[in-house]
Every structure is written in C-alpha cells, then in structure tokens.
Write a protein that binds this ligand. Structure first.
Ligand code: C5P
Length: 226
C-alpha cells in the first residue's frame, strides 16, 4: 500500500481552520476532514436525547446507540450522517459549539472517534483539521500546521461572517464564547489543544485568507513535492 499524505491542521476556535483546510485540500487534490464536525455530531446526538454534556451516566447509557458516518458529496463536501440522518447543517449553532467543546473532554467519546479519524487518513490523502490531529490522531502526519490568531481578531472575523449572512451577532458575546472554548479546549485532561513539537505555527492575525493559504502551501511544499 502506498503511504498516504496527511496534513494536520490544529488550532483554536475561529482561527479559520475549516475555510483554509478546505481550500488547501481542494488545491492539493486531497480529502478534507473536518473533525470538529464529528464532535458536533456527538453533541447533537446527546442533545436530542436530552443528555447534558457533563452527565457521564447519561453518556454511558446512550453511547451505544450512536452511529456516525462521514460521507462526501460530488463536490467533495463532508456530510455528517447520524443514525441515518444528514445533520450537516443542524450542528452549526453556538449551542452545539459549546456542547461539543464540553462533550469532547470525555475519554469515552474521544476513544470512540479515534479509529474513525485514523481510518479516513489511512484510506485517502487528507487535510484534517481539529485540536489534537498532530498530537494524538496522526502523530506521524506528513505536515503539521498550528493555525492561530488573537482572540479579538477571531471574534471580529466571526462577527463579520455572521452579519454578512444576515444573522444577529454581538462582538462581545462572541469574544466571550471564544475565550470560554479556548479555556475548555486547552485545559481538559485528555488530548488538550496544544501545538505539536514538530508543528509549524502560523499566526493569521495580520494575514488575509489568500496570504494564509499561500503560507500554508509553502509549509506543505517543504515536505511534499507539489
Ligand atoms: O472545530 P469546531 O469548532 O467545529 O469544534 C467543535 C469542538 O469540538 C471544539 O471546541 C473542540 O472542543 C472539539 N474538538 C476536539 N477535537 C478535535 C476537533 C474538535 O476536541 N479534533
């Protein structure tokens, strides 16, 4: 079997990982794997059952009913299938963001999702984004990038994005949510968000999307013949 190429992209909420990872995957011809969407799907599942993300007993009781599949449509977009239902759009709410951040702290949840993520990377060349891809999921990834930006810049971008979509958005509230998720994601015991030692840090605070994408391609080109 030929060795697969994997580009691991980690970083805090709102650093632009998914937009950039998707673009990078498209340009490289690799498959884009959004692992945050998998955690969101788990959070959505327990939400449907009325189980709080902190309720370990409830999680243990229902976790065997959880069946998640990742599918890709003709345009290469990732769809999350939960027990046969396409929940791709349902998992993109601020409430599910917070619940995903809490539910992802449990070992029982992380262990369940580990093989699923590794299997995709074993089957395809991937650009995979998340929090622990370079540290835990794919410690031998071909390329590792840690994408970050200041909390203020991230909050600003997200506020603009929501306003452009015609949705309500308060900068202060979004900044508070980002700071809370950063805290939860970096302080959990298992697989906390941290930079892998062999990862290249890219601070996008002063870069636009095109500049960041170009910088990412330069990083990839140092390891892979493009
Ligand atoms: O990236 P996204 O914001 O969609 O992720 C939602 C939540 O899922 C994060 O706040 C994080 O707690 C969790 N997550 C994780 N490990 C990953 C990807 C996401 O713990 N690899």
């Amino acid at each position: 079997m030929t060795k697969r190429i994997s580009v691991a992209i980690d970083g805090p909420a709102g650093a632009g990982k998914s937009t950039l990872a998707r673009r990078l995957a498209k340009d490289l011809g690799y498959r884009y794997v959004d692992t945050g969407a998998i955690y969101r799907t788990v959070a959505y599942f327990f939400d449907l059952w009325g189980v709080s993300p902190k309720d370990m007993d409830g999680i243990r009781r229902y976790i065997d009913e959880l069946n998640i599949k990742i599918e890709y449509d003709e345009a290469g977009l990732q769809h999350m299938i939960l027990n046969g239902m396409d929940v791709t759009d349902d998992i993109r709410t601020p409430e599910i963001s917070q619940k995903a951040s809490l539910i992802s702290a449990h070992a029982i949840v992380r262990d369940l999702l580990l093989d699923m993520q590794r299997e995709v990377a074993a089957s395809y060349d991937v650009v995979m984004d998340g929090r622990d891809i370079g540290t835990v999921v794919l410690p031998k990834a071909t390329v590792k990038i840690f994408l970050t930006a200041s909390p203020e810049v991230r909050a600003n971008r997200r506020t603009k994005e929501l306003l452009e979509k015609g949705q309500k958005a308060s900068y202060d509230q979004i900044l508070g949510e980002i700071q809370q998720r950063d805290y939860q994601d970096t302080h959990r015991e298992i697989a906390p968000l941290k930079m892998a030692r062999d990862s290249v840090k890219l601070d996008t605070s002063d870069l636009n999307i095109e500049e960041t994408l170009a910088a990412m391609k330069d990083i990839v080109a140092k390891k892979v013949a493009l």
